[in-house]
Write a protein that binds this ligand. Sequence first.
Ligand SMILES: Nc1ncnc2c1ncn2[C@@H]1O[C@H](COP(=O)(O)OP(=O)(O)OP(=O)(O)O)[C@@H](O)[C@H]1O
Length: 239
Amino acid sequence: MDVIQINDVGKSFGKTEVLHDVSFQIKKGEIVGLIGPSGSGKTTLVKAIIGMEKVDSGNVSVFDKGMPNREILSRIGYMAQSDALYLELSAEQQMMFFAKLYKVPKNERKERILAAMKLVDLEKEMKKRVMNYSGGMKRRLSLAMALLQNPDLLVLDEPTVGIDPRLRKEIWGELTSLKEQGKSILVTTHVMDEAERCDRLVLLLDGTVLASGSPSELKERFQTDSIEAIFLQKKGSEG
Ligand SMILES: Nc1ncnc2c1ncn2[C@@H]1O[C@H](COP(=O)(O)OP(=O)(O)OP(=O)(O)O)[C@@H](O)[C@H]1O
């Protein structure tokens, strides 16, 4: 079964077309990277997947249901590109607020919060108010929030921006183990060594799918040794 199905999706803002006939699927237990230069339409697509943005044509379904769908949304852990955090609260209060909102059973809340915070290496900073967090800490807290309700699908929009290489490696280790538990993960990134860790990549350029496949398939198809070079090649050929 496909966890995410995107069929011929088109979207414009005013006269500007930002997505054109975009189609791809994500299966259970797969990490798919959505890769593309700034402005290529990644965030718009991610928002369409979670039902935050309406598409003009085509359709988006998640777990076989058309989005937006409230029930399905509770199975998705979403991490937005910009952190939506309550600065006045401590990280722990913030997590508790969302644990209630996500209807995490009362007797599991503390345990789940601690597990998610450990994963992003923030368990010692839980009492601190979020306003005193650094940019990278806020990013990590947003990731912990996305993991809180133990979702079947994670949709992460540039999750590792501002996160140092050591923790980035740990986070990717965790994403891989979540995938091994059968979770599906869609991640947007600009970081090419992260792209290499995905099972499959969807390369987006100017709102269209340039190519998709495993990192090694793509490199072979385009006869390059890096994913980045594929974009450079394509841009060059447009001249
Ligand atoms: N609400 C909006 N109104 C008008 N234009 C928009 C809106 N949201 C996005 N756009 C435009 O759509 C295009 C794609 O934006 P999007 O944020 O999806 O790109 P992106 O690939 O996620 O870029 P980045 O990597 O920089 O985040 C851009 O030209 C952007 O200006």
